[in-house]
Ligand binder design. Structure first.
Ligand code: 13P
Length: 254
């Protein structure tokens, strides 16, 4: 059975002390309330990964990760962090190609393909984000856009490498807007992505692929989304900034 993953992307929010307090509360909540097999991934600003990895080391259902990394291994790249650095701080997952990185930092599919390689070279798990803008959905080009993002970012990988990849479908129009994709819209895209992977690789690779939904996921819409056959968890933004609301989303998976 494929892995279910609920990840909280804090983006550029929380002071160090606020982050420590949040995770201290959260780890106790998900321990008490969730007994299933879903993995909880905390994705704070990179500065906090080390401390949070240590804090959650005894919780087998909690991991940490980074919001981005360089495609380079090391060297004169001021301000960048490498996948190896994330790993050395205890991180297991790295978000690659979040729409905010694509939009504000000019990250292209070609560039992201190299970042994916950098993550896999450290035996970490990339969470590769794809998603269409409102204009693309209204123009009915979203399937084409998603196909290009998935194939250019990932389809140079071997089937074995694909086993470490998580895909997050995050429609740009649903991020931070309070406007979630309907379960039907999300399920349709998830099934489409899984089918692309099946055509490129095989049925086993496609069946084992975790595809998260992201975009205004809240405790009150999570259970319905998670009940869809191809939705294997969530990449949560705003609702991950409070322990209670994030724990309730984790609970919705159980
Ligand atoms: P929101 O949950 O705030 O819409 O953010 C989603 C997101 O971008 C997670 O990566």
């Amino acid at each position: 059975m494929r892995k279910k993953i609920i990840a909280g992307n804090w983006k550029m929010n929380k002071s160090y002390d606020e982050g420590m307090a949040l995770v201290s509360e959260l780890s106790n909540m998900v321990k008490d309330e969730y007994h299933g097999s879903a993995q909880v991934v905390i994705i704070p600003p990179a500065l906090y990964i080390n401390a949070l990895s240590r804090m959650t080391a005894d919780f087998s259902n909690i991991s940490t990760g980074a919001q981005n990394c360089s495609n380079h291994v090391s060297g004169a790249y001021t301000g960048e962090i490498s996948a190896a650095m994330v790993k050395s701080c205890g991180g297991k997952y790295i978000i690659i190609g979040h729409s905010e990185r694509r939009q504000y930092f000019g990250e292209t599919n070609d560039w992201l393909a190299k970042k994916i390689d950098a993550v896999l070279a450290e035996n970490l798990n990339p969470i590769y984000c794809v998603g269409e803008t409102l204009e693309e959905r209204e123009g009915n080009t979203h399937f084409e856009v998603l196909k290009t993002q998935v194939s250019e970012g990932l389809f140079h990988l071997s089937a074995e490498q694909m086993a470490s990849v998580v895909i997050a479908y995050e429609p740009v129009w649903a991020i931070g807007t309070g406007k979630t994709a309907s379960t039907q819209q999300a399920q349709e895209v998830h099934a489409f992505i899984r089918n692309l992977v099946k055509e490129k690789y095989n049925e086993t690779v496609a069946d084992n692929l975790t595809i998260q939904y992201g975009g205004s996921v809240k405790a009150d819409n999570a259970a319905e989304l998670f009940a869809a056959p191809d939705i294997d968890g969530a990449l949560v933004g705003g609702a991950a900034l409070q322990s209670r609301s994030f724990a309730d989303i984790v609970k919705a998976m159980a």
